[in-house]
Design a protein around this ligand. Structure first.
Ligand code: MN
Length: 616
């Protein structure tokens, strides 16, 4: 007998007892010893016994061993004998099963099925262990039970490729597989499934080819990056990766985030998963600063690591809108990167190249010659349509609200207003923007998901929306009027070297504190009044407190982030930081250096060129 004729079989992890033939030789591993013989594993879940009379050599635990199947007893016990071969060839036995794609499970309710997929979440309930599976067609849950509250199949973890055989059931209008057996696949078998899922995912995540809502040169140039962001988000939805949307807590930031929220939530509902999946797979969180603060990333990491530990959830994809482009974001991004969080940014603040190393995708009009006039709300809405075109009609007014809220002067502002002129006037868009700012002030760090939808007329009742917004705007305007009455008499005016008119306001002592409007908005309202009172003039307004100043300007070619950087090195012990847009921003410093910092800042503003004078 030539050695090549002897064949030894290697069972794949998916094989079960029905794949074993009596008389055939298999490769196994010694698992342990008993007084009557040695236990040998043929697969992770299939083992037999070599009686001591059939043991031929001395073994240690884990040793590879060749065994012939002597018999399979009615109770499933497998009797083996050790075989020694000088040479042989190995063949793989792969399990030939018909697998059901997850999307087709609904047609097999009440019957059994075998499914293969990647584990996207492992959630231990007080009853069974719930595995969330993802394959190339969708997402479904499988419930495995050993004992109430005990983790079933502890060898199966997040990211593993598994094969599950079980009964297909319907629970709470949702399909679920009651696990009969679960096998963790490895080697080529797992690779093949993983590749299949990934390839299908790539295709499925590719956004639809749809035109922009309006004509826009800048946004046309931004389309590849917008598609990249949309694709990253779609992919996260399809693999049940949680999405955390961090956005600037102003009207523009809220509009960008709500547009994407609408697209993502409906996509999560469409693509299976739990009935409340949209709540634990999508979170929206407003940030007070126009950048990703350490306080924000600390909260986010706190929740993400707890969700991983408690619910077996993947680390989230973090999407930053109306913030995330500047070097001030870097310290938070460094922390996020340590924990493997994926970051994508949709912003219109002047970008610093240093942060691109942390981002998987970055949409920013400055990258293609545009500026902040293309607001985050415009970009977010177009991206939302790429994520899920079905929401396009419901959210098409959000860019107009964002544009007036952020005082965009880009031509796109009027085009977006025209687009919804049949539904909302410019004034109605402005009232929605003001209502958002007002309500967010009271919501503080909460997202106010449903209330904010009501303000943006995404709720069920248009009349109630109108009533609510009218009330909010009335409240906001009354408080703004109060604030203006208190502050306007205390303005100090200077005419700078370059001819710009500078107005200084101490918001700490001449404004109501801890109420609406807060210092930034107070300075903005003051500035608007000053601009109207000084038509055609270059106007700069600085509202300052003990350790901060807020800048608003018109007609002065400033670069606030650069001025902040210069002040930081020029004023020793000033503790200067801050930033924002080129002509609208804020700056922080230490209280004891306020005079020095503000005077140095004014000196810089006095050197700035004026824009061509124009009439308002
Ligand atoms: Mn903005």
């Amino acid at each position: 007998m030539s050695p090549a004729n002897v064949t030894v079989y290697r069972l794949s992890p998916a094989c079960d007892i029905s794949d074993i033939e009596i008389g055939t030789i298999y490769q196994g591993h010694v698992q342990g010893f008993a007084t009557f013989g040695s236990f040998v594993q043929l697969t992770d879940r299939l083992k037999g016994l070599v009686h001591k009379s059939n043991v031929r050599t001395n073994h240690e635990e884990g040793d590879e061993i060749l065994v012939r199947v002597k018999q399979i007893r009615p109770n499933g016990n497998i009797d083996l004998e050790e075989v020694i071969l000088p040479s042989y060839e190995v063949k793989d036995v792969t399990k030939q099963v018909t697998t059901t794609r997850l999307a087709e499970l609904g047609s097999r309710i009440g019957r059994t099925a075998t499914v293969m997929g990647e584990i996207a979440q492992v959630k231990q309930t007080s009853g069974p262990t719930i595995f969330t599976l993802v394959d190339e067609t969708g997402t479904e849950n499988a419930a495995a039970f050993v004992e109430a509250g005990v983790r079933a199949y502890p060898e199966a973890n997040l990211g593993d490729i598994v094969q599950i055989y079980g009964q297909v059931m319907q629970r709470n209008s949702q399909v679920q597989v009651e696990v009969g057996s679960l096998t963790v696949l490895s080697g080529p078998e797992a690779d093949e499934v993983r590749t299949r899922i990934e390839e299908a995912l790539e295709r499925r995540a590719e956004p639809a080819e749809i035109p922009l809502l309006i004509e826009s040169e800048v946004m046309t140039l931004l389309r590849p990056q917008m598609r990249a962001v949309a694709k990253a988000i779609r992919k996260a939805v399809f693999v049940s990766q949680p999405i955390l949307l961090r956005h600037h807590a102003d009207a523009d930031g809220i509009c960008s985030a709500v547009a994407i929220e609408q697209a993502v939530v409906s996509l999560i509902r469409e693509s299976g998963g739990d009935f409340d999946a949209d709540y634990f797979l999508f979170k929206r969180a407003p940030s007070k600063a126009p950048f990703y603060e350490i306080e924000d990333v600390t909260r986010d990491l706190d929740f993400a690591t707890k969700d991983l530990a408690r619910y077996g959830q993947k680390m989230p994809l973090v999407l930053l809108t109306d913030n995330g482009s500047t070097e001030e974001d870097e310290p938070a991004m460094k922390q996020a990167r340590v924990f493997g969080l994926t970051l994508v940014v949709v912003d219109h603040h002047h970008p610093d190249a240093v942060i691109d190393q942390y981002l998987e995708a970055h949409v920013n009009p400055y990258h293609v010659g545009g500026d902040y006039g293309i607001t985050a709300g415009m970009l977010g809405t177009e991206i939302a349509r790429l994520i899920n075109p079905a929401v396009g009609d419901a959210i098409r007014h959000l860019p107009a609200v964002a544009a007036v809220g952020d005082r965009s002067e880009a031509p796109e502002r009027q085009r977006f207003l025209n687009l919804v002129a049949d539904r909302y006037t410019e004034d109605e868009c402005k009232t929605m923007a003001l209502a958002l700012d007002f309500e967010q002030f009271w919501l503080r760090f909460n997202d106010g998901r449903e209330i904010v939808k009501e303000i943006l007329d995404l709720g069920p009742d248009h009349a109630r929306h109108e009533q609510f917004v009218a009330l909010l705007v009335e409240g906001a305007n009354a408080m703004i009027a109060d604030q203006m009455e208190a502050t306007m008499p205390h303005l100090q005016e200077r005419v700078l070297e370059n001819g710009a008119r500078l107005f200084l306001l101490d918001v700490e002592i001449h404004a109501h504190k801890f109420t609406f409007p807060p210092p930034g908005k107070t300075s903005g309202e003051v500035h608007d009044r000053l601009c109207r009172a000084n038509p055609g003039a270059a106007v700069v307004t600085i509202g300052f407190g003990p350790d901060f100043a807020v800048l608003r300007s018109r007609g002065v070619l400033m670069n606030i982030p650069r001025m902040v950087r210069e002040l930081r090195t020029e004023i020793r012990g000033g503790g200067v930081s801050g930033g924002g847009h080129l002509v609208v921003g804020s700056i922080k410093f230490v209280e004891g250096m306020r005079e020095a910092v503000i005077e140095a800042l004014i000196a810089k503003i006095a050197q700035a060129e004026l824009a061509t004078p124009r009439l308002e």
